[in-house]
Design a protein around this ligand. Sequence first.
Ligand code: HEC
Ligand code: HEC
Ligand code: HEC
Ligand code: HEC
Ligand code: HEC
Ligand code: HEC
Length: 301
Amino acid sequence: MGRAMQLPGDDPDLSAHPKLTLRRDPYTYSVETRNGQTIYSVSDGTRTISIPVRWSMGSGAQTWLLEYDGQFYESLVSYYPSIEALDLTIGDDRLTPSTLEAAIGRPLVTDGVTTCFGCHSTNAVLNRQLSLKTVVPGVTCEHCHTGAEAHSQAMMEGDMSVYPPALGQLSTERLSDFCGQCHRTWELVTRAGWRGPSNVRFQPYRLALSKCFDGADPRISCIACHNPHQQVIRNTAFYDSKCLACHSAAASAKPPHAKICPTAKSNCVSCHMPRVPLSGGHFVFTDHDIRVVKPNEPYPY
Ligand code: HEC
Ligand code: HEC
Ligand code: HEC
Ligand code: HEC
Ligand code: HEC
Ligand code: HEC
């Protein structure tokens, strides 16, 4: 998460692909990197708008926040490592820009810019205002570890920039909400009515749907399976012991009496946490709605 936002110049993907282009009639996009400087351009054949990239969001896939004529835009095209190329930014496939300015990307209202920085960087939001002078790229230590008593009130009011101390002592439920400030909570997703496979990326919401979830049981908290200080472990066998903490003969004798699998003894997540591709996004997420997956079942919720 430390690399959730990057400054151009530090970026190995862009340096390795110094000229990226994408044609989307009637516009042509190019993202060129030279001497640590990246320029995002869009052209209609007669006129070209070129914008130096200052803010890059995401460490795998990346989308750029562009400033043009006093306005912030979310770039209409993004870089995807799985195809090592540009494609439309996820969710933008239905936009049909009618001017060259509109073709830069989705214009962001101030709130949109602030929340973007709020989740992808540190110290970007002071007194609920965007503060580009103090911004530190990525989710750094302070972003999760500062925030004293005085700030917990702000958190209750929905201010995402403030966190309580002693994170290891939070209950499973509260930790889901803590991580959910960026990864999206059950409450937010439910209230917003975000249904269908695109909500697979909201792990706190998906996990809360699973029969395994118990807001008071530390064995099913985000930090039971993930160390927020490291990259996610991409090895299904690693998670077996996490499941067996409840689903084993010894553990199931005690409440909550989780059952034992009649089918297999290892690689639990390969069957019970299916991988769901995100349409148009060139990436795959792991469904945290842990369950028995029925053949041909529709995506649950
Ligand atoms: C509520 C917090 C939040 C806001 C607001 C937010 N993001 Fe993110 N973003 C995340 C999280 C968490 C991830 C990692 C998990 C995922 O991909 O959903 C992410 C991932 C990404 C990725 C990389 C996808 C990947 O996993 O490789 C990009 C690119 C991105 N965001 C761009 C943006 C841009 C641009 C904005 C502002 C318009 C924005 N985000 C606003 C939380 C947020
Ligand atoms: C995404 C949020 C997040 C970020 C960023 C983060 N931490 Fe943590 N950190 C946590 C959580 C959650 C725990 C509790 C984990 C546990 O108890 O297993 C924790 C625990 C710790 C602990 C153990 C003491 C305690 O409070 O339980 C130390 C030390 C620590 N973090 C240092 C750091 C440092 C140094 C950085 C920056 C390099 C950092 N953390 C970045 C979330 C974060
Ligand atoms: C019981 C174990 C378990 C728990 C609890 C859990 N995860 Fe995961 N998580 C996984 C597994 C397994 C993967 C996929 C690892 C792989 O690719 O091999 C994963 C992947 C992820 C990813 C990477 C994106 C993806 O979908 O592959 C994120 C982000 C994530 N988890 C966040 C969370 C958050 C936030 C919570 C708490 C709400 C949470 N996880 C709770 C097991 C767990
Ligand atoms: C301040 C916002 C924020 C908070 C709080 C936060 N995350 Fe994240 N997290 C992100 C963003 C942004 C990304 C995507 C970074 C990227 O594109 O690499 C991410 C990525 C991840 C990943 C995937 C990393 C990888 O290697 O692909 C995991 C796992 C994860 N977060 C777990 C957690 C857990 C567990 C917590 C709670 C302890 C947490 N996060 C809290 C913003 C946050
Ligand atoms: C905190 C304890 C706990 C953990 C950790 C846990 N589960 Fe569960 N799980 C339960 C409980 C309780 C139930 C409901 C009773 C039952 O069906 O066993 C359940 C139900 C299930 C079910 C049946 C759900 C259905 O659709 O009927 C599956 C499959 C499952 N768990 C797999 C897993 C896997 C795989 C993991 C690890 C990634 C895991 N569980 C982690 C407690 C847990
Ligand atoms: C090869 C795929 C596969 C793997 C690997 C696997 N399971 Fe299952 N599991 C299933 C299927 C299929 C069912 C449903 C069986 C049925 O209903 O007859 C099931 C059922 C379950 C149930 C519900 C049992 C019940 O009586 O309702 C639990 C709990 C469970 N598995 C946990 C796990 C755990 C924990 C692991 C790892 C130790 C695991 N599974 C590994 C396929 C798998």
